[in-house]
Design a protein around this ligand. Structure first.
Ligand code: SAH
Length: 239
């Protein structure tokens, strides 16, 4: 990972897969993502993703984020279980969502749903500060340890309910939600800076969810655009 002193080598020797195997698989995955981007243009409005986004995916060692026993599948273009009923997102979806955030190097980003921290690591390559909230304490703790070990220094972690956002550090230039919300969380809209982008899968579980992109204009109004149909685990509501 760029300038963050992450070493892939420690992960590479497991399960008989070498760094060369991973590097080959990683390059093949980038080609598959580029193909997917082209095929889904009518939903996403983007036939290709930014060079910087593709480079970030090339830089982050996905094998370090999947459970032991799944490392050989780390570069398959599909989601994988990470325990506790949760998943690591499909790499194409990570690329798409990252691209749709239109990140600039100085941006401050709020992520809801740290999970294993893979998306977090990709964001950390592209933006200046990442604030990541996770509801499940075990996942929160292990992601924090993993990303710290990988040398990421621009991420702050919080164990809590993402519906509330993280108001102490608001406003954010971009907010990304990695679980499906039954409706657009108002508290997150409020925490967007003028010009800020909020990306959230909207829909109930087992119903079609749509990746929804909301932009806060400088005069404070919100533009909302419904995009690709997706399937995410639900954004838990704390009652
Ligand atoms: N970011 C991960 C995806 C994780 S899956 C990746 O890169 O692959 C979605 C995550 O959202 C799960 O870890 C789940 O525990 C978390 N989550 C669900 N409801 C939440 C809530 N209300 N607040 C914060 N996190 C939540």
């Amino acid at each position: 990972m760029r300038s963050k002193s992450a070493s892939r080598k420690s992960q590479a020797s497991s399960e008989g897969a070498s760094e060369e195997d991973f590097s080959f698989a990683r390059n093949r995955l980038l080609v598959e993502i580029a193909d997917d981007a082209e095929r889904t243009e009518s939903y996403t409005g983007r036939a290709s993703f930014k060079e910087s986004v593709m480079q970030a995916l090339a830089d982050v060692p996905r094998e370090a984020f999947v459970p032991d026993g799944s490392r050989r599948k780390a570069y398959d273009n599909r989601p994988l279980p990470i325990g506790q009923g949760q998943t690591i997102s499909q790499p194409y979806i990570v690329a798409l969502m990252t691209d749709l955030l239109d990140l600039k190097p100085d941006d401050r980003v709020l992520e809801i749903g740290t999970g294993c921290g893979y998306q977090t690591a990709v964001l950390a390559v592209l933006a200046s500060e990442i604030f990541s909230v996770e509801y499940l304490e075990d996942l929160h703790r292990s992601a924090k340890v993993r990303l710290t070990d990988l040398g990421c220094q621009n991420i702050r972690f919080r164990h809590g309910d993402g519906w509330q956002g993280w108001s102490e550090h608001a406003p954010y230039d971009a907010i990304i939600v990695k679980a499906a919300a039954a409706r657009i969380p108002d508290r997150l809209k409020e925490q967007l800076a003028p010009g800020g982008r909020l990306l959230v899968p909207v829909g109930r579980q087992h119903e079609t969810q749509f990746l929804t992109r909301i932009v806060r204009s400088p005069d404070g109004t919100f533009d909302e655009e419904r995009g690709l149909p997706v399937a995410f685990v639900p954004l838990v509501e704390d009652r």
